[in-house]
Design a protein around this ligand. Structure first.
Ligand SMILES: Nc1ncnc2c1ncn2[C@@H]1O[C@H](COP(=O)(O)OP(=O)(O)OP(=O)(O)O)[C@@H](O)[C@H]1O
Ligand SMILES: [Mg+2]
Length: 501
């Protein structure tokens, strides 16, 4: 995707969006826009435009002016991005902050633009919202590192972001791009044969030896996007490491709910979309990417979107309660399109029953909010599951010390709890704070609801509540705990909300 002010252009899809709205652009106008973008700030002569846009006919120069004025109209306030270079031609200059081709590094860029092969890469049907910075950063990371892994909890947007990065690289370089999904794969052999199948080495169900795959990769300038690695993480890690050691020109962009932990890997934690603060005004609410995404989704369902302050406050509340997680927002927008925004806000009190109407064509694990958590949950060890249930008691950030105090018992040592918390964090089930001096943990609201349900199903709630009350009493007696009412353990609200269930 290329941004020119408020306008976003997808060269691959030949689509132009104003904010989130798809615009009608004639094919000749688009051809000219494409030429200007691919020239990357250089002047495109009138002759070049005539040759490219009207290849088999002789037309008046006036036709160029007509198309350019249509383009400038589309660009609106950013119309001056297209400059006329007197007597020569035209040039696209993009303002620095809205800048084009999200910072594609030279080493990746290099080649002849737009001719890359895109093998199996899904098309983007709508522009990604709120990910410009991430796109640039990941592209840069791929320039210097063979394996970049996009990490994050279910539905946070790893796959969509990965696809956008891959498309952006493909459109501006001569790199081959190959998309491989491991969603349906179960073991090492499956990982190898699926990658081999996607790269055209035998059929996916052939018993393809890893070494023959390795041999075919040598000398190919290739970006492999390996989607959904978490459930075959060991196999994916082994194969990825071996492949990048074979070819210096190979790049792997993996998505996973857990790091591959290979030698040559950089991680990129995909953040939730930004959410409005409580009490934010309409302008601040509308500036948040989670709100823009929610409203765009409602429009996609042909729903009337009311942006009056009262409704916007409710939309803001939805985005906050869903922690800015795109999949959850998408499910909520589908509900809001049918039941209205007010009913959706109250529906979130029972979100696992309410957010069930996902796209029929989405993968099963993305059709309901519960299914996306189930997918992560079934990949946890037995101890991690027990500890997760118990951590549901925390309504806010907590320290490792607090986690041990609440989750350890005669049957589970402090060491085991520590291991489990670290494991849950590395699997993106428990989130960690980046901004405080001491490391703290927290659960997204949806994960917490899920954990609490499991806690109640397990009949351990009273025991855990008692330990949490004892810890709180002890904590507030400590010098650092006095007067620290919304402290590490959160406040008493947590115990109340659990107790009232
Ligand atoms: N930035 C975004 N703007 C608009 N829509 C988005 C954005 N990110 C994700 N989505 C939408 O949210 C949904 C979930 O995104 P995606 O499939 O990329 O999540 P994921 O992190 O890969 O999930 P999983 O862990 O289940 O594979 C998709 O339907 C996608 O279209
Ligand atoms: Mg995914």
């Amino acid at each position: 995707m290329i941004k020119i002010g408020r306008v976003t252009v997808s060269l691959e899809m030949r689509e132009v969006y104003l904010d989130d709205r798809l615009l009608q652009v004639g094919s000749r106008a688009f051809d000219i826009l494409e030429l200007l973008i691919l020239a990357r700030g250089k002047t495109v002569t009138k002759d070049e435009i005539l040759r490219r846009v009207w290849p088999n006919s002789v037309v008046e120069e006036n036709n160029i002016h007509v198309q350019l004025s249509a383009l400038r109209k589309i660009l609106g306030a950013d119309r001056h991005a297209i400059c006329t270079i007197s007597g020569q031609g035209y040039r696209l200059t993009v303002p620095a902050e809205g800048s084009a081709r999200v910072g594609l590094p030279e080493a990746i860029h290099g080649g002849q633009a737009g001719v890359a092969r895109l093998s199996g890469l899904p098309v983007c049907h709508a522009p990604l919202i709120g990910r410009d910075g991430a796109l640039a950063e990941i592209t840069r990371a791929l320039n210097g590192t063979p394996i970049v892994t996009l990490l994050g909890p279910g539905g946070i947007g790893k796959t969509q972001l990965g696809i956008a990065v891959a498309r952006s690289i493909a459109a501006a370089s001569d790199m081959e791009v190959c998309f491989v999904t491991l969603a349906g794969v179960e073991n090492t052999q499956g990982v190898v044969s699926t990658i081999a199948g996607a790269l055209g080495v035998g059929r996916a169900d052939d018993d393809v030896a890893l070494q023959s795959l390795v041999a075919t990769l040598r000398g190919r300038k290739l970006l492999v996007m390996l989607d959904n690695c978490e459930h075959v993480i060991d196999a994916a890690a082994t194969v990825c490491e071996l492949l990048v050691q074979t070819s210096a020109d190979l790049r792997i962009l993996a998505t996973s709910r857990e790091p591959l932990r290979t030698r040559d890997e950089k991680f990129y934690w995909v953040a939730p979309l930004d959410i409005p603060d409580a009490g934010a005004n309409s302008q601040a609410i509308l500036a948040c990417s989670s709100v823009r995404m929610f409203l765009a989704q409602m429009r996609a369902f042909n729903a009337d979107v009311d942006t009056e302050p009262g409704s916007l406050d409710m939309v803001a509340a939805i985005c906050r309660r869903l922690d800015g997680v795109p999949l959850a927002l998408e499910l909520a927008a589908a509900r809001a399109a049918v039941f209205g925004i007010r009913k959706t806000v109250s529906g979130l009190d029972d979100r696992f029953h309410f957010l069930t109407g996902g796209r029929r064509t989405a993968s099963p694990r993305q059709q309901t909010l519960e299914a996306t958590l189930d997918w992560s949950y079934q990949l946890l060890s037995a101890t991690e599951r027990i500890v997760l249930h118990r951590l549901g008691i925390f309504p806010a950030r907590f320290s490792l010390e607090a986690a041990c105090a609440v989750a350890a018992c005669e049957r589970l040592s402090h060491n085991e709890v520590t291991e489990a918390v670290v494991g849950l964090a590395s699997k993106c089930v428990v989130m960690t704070t980046l901004d405080s001096k001491t490391k703290e943990y927290f659960l997204l609201e949806t994960t917490r609801e899920y954990a609490l349900r499991k806690l109640y199903e397990s009949d351990e709630a009273d025991e855990v509540l008692a330990r949490s009350a004892a810890y709180l009493a002890w904590f507030y007696e400590q010098p650092h705990g006095r007067g620290f009412r919304t402290a590490t353990l959160g406040n008493n609200l947590g115990a109340q909300s659990v107790a009232s269930r």
